[in-house]
Design a protein around this ligand. Structure first.
Ligand code: SF4
Ligand code: SF4
Length: 99
């Protein structure tokens, strides 16, 4: 039987790719960055590839769909959409000194 879920995930991952845009490292636009609490994050807690709502909603596609999810602060604009959408409130926006 055809595994449609896997195909669906393949399509999503193919459209969600992080790329360097015209404005360069847009991470410098905001010092507030999303910090993931791995005690609350669903895939981090379960060790299973589930949820990834933050990855799906990030308009900059800077969240990697791995366990735990990894955020590229070089291109994260600090919009906090991931924090708003996280179903278990595992993300908080904190001030981060960028390199
Ligand atoms: S949305 Fe929240 S719980 Fe889901 S993967 Fe992202 S940080 Fe983890
Ligand atoms: S704060 Fe905005 S740009 Fe940064 S990871 Fe979250 S959704 Fe993406």
């Amino acid at each position: 039987m055809k595994d449609s879920k896997k195909d669906y995930q393949k399509i999503l991952s193919s459209v969600q790719k992080s790329v360097i845009g015209e404005a360069g490292k847009t991470g410098s636009w905001s010092k507030l960055k999303p910090i993931i609490n791995v005690e609350k994050c669903i895939p981090a807690r379960s060790g299973k590839p589930s949820c990834f709502t933050c990855w799906l909603y990030c308009p900059e596609a800077v969240i990697e769909r791995i366990i735990p999810p990894k955020i590229d602060f070089n291109y994260c604009k600090g919009c906090a959409i991931c924090m708003e959408e996280c179903p278990v409130k595992a993300i908080t926006m904190e001030e981060v000194e960028l390199e």
